[in-house]
Design a protein around this ligand. Structure first.
Ligand SMILES: C[S@@+](CC[C@H](N)C(=O)[O-])C[C@H]1O[C@@H](n2cnc3c(N)ncnc32)[C@H](O)[C@@H]1O
Length: 239
């Protein structure tokens, strides 16, 4: 008979999402429409004002991975994005892209926040609400479809994607777009943050690991957001 096994050390959680338990987390609770002030825990001197309205779709409210990715970019990429050509996928109301445009030193190339047609007016509204018209542009980018001409012209080398893993039928479409972006600009880095809610979400990650070079990102907050089932990776073209 095997001797009794010691319990796992409480201070050494397994950080691999592929090994996370079977517990399923719910989608965020429904929020009434309104305008929120989001300062990312003081990382933005002037908080973002963000209209949240689920009438246009689920991206009409802020999601947890967007908060984590926003904080990560503001903590670790304030000064290294001057030459970057930045694109956000599945931006919803534009949370992460607007935070980067406001809080990071970015160059003169407009940052693109993209989503489906339904979200376009909300993205435009939030760009104007934060006086970021000169720095941020809203565009429609449907995953799985050919990249829009403006995106091809931009050739983004920094791609932001937060909480885009939540709807299984869209997984192949999202993977196709990520692959197209890395083909367009093979030196690009995709910052990819997601929350594990269902077992299927891990299938997305496994497929991504087969297609791209996937690296877990260093972040002091990682033990905290990991405990909430949130994971932050970079995806790059496989060499
Ligand atoms: C869960 S929301 C995340 C919003 C925002 N990134 C955040 O973290 O708060 C996912 C976003 O992906 C967008 N989306 C879903 N399917 C899409 C598709 N096929 N093409 C483009 N965007 C899509 C939705 O419209 C939605 O805004």
């Amino acid at each position: 008979m095997l001797p009794p096994q010691p319990p796992p050390a409480p201070d050494s959680p397994d950080f691999s999402p592929l090994a996370i338990g079977e517990d399923l987390s719910p989608l965020p609770a429904y929020k009434a429409a309104g305008t929120a002030e989001i300062g990312f825990d003081g990382l933005l001197a002037e908080p973002l004002r963000l209209r949240e309205d689920l009438a246009s779709g689920c991206g009409g409210q802020t999601w947890p991975a967007g908060m984590v990715l926003g904080r990560h970019m503001l903590r670790y990429h304030r000064e290294d994005l001057r030459e970057a050509r930045i694109l956000e996928l599945g931006a919803g109301g534009g949370l992460v892209g607007l935070a980067v445009a406001r809080g990071c030193a970015v160059g003169t190339t407009p940052l693109f926040v993209t989503d489906q047609l339904e979200m376009h007016s909300l993205m435009e509204h939030n760009i104007a609400l934060n006086n970021l018209e000169g720095k941020v542009q809203a565009a429609i980018l449907n995953w799985g479809e050919p990249l829009p001409a403006a995106v091809v012209a931009l050739k983004p080398n920094v791609v932001l994607a937060a909480d885009c893993v939540y709807f299984e039928p869209a997984f192949p479409l999202l993977l196709a777009t990520l692959s197209d972006l890395l083909t367009l600009c093979p030196e690009a880095t995709i910052y990819f943050c997601f929350k594990k809610r269902r077992r299927a979400d891990m299938q997305f990650l496994k497929k991504a690991q087969k297609m791209f070079k996937v690296t877990e990102v260093v972040d002091d907050e990682r033990p905290v957001f990991c405990r909430e089932g949130l994971f932050l990776y970079t995806f790059q073209a496989s060499t």
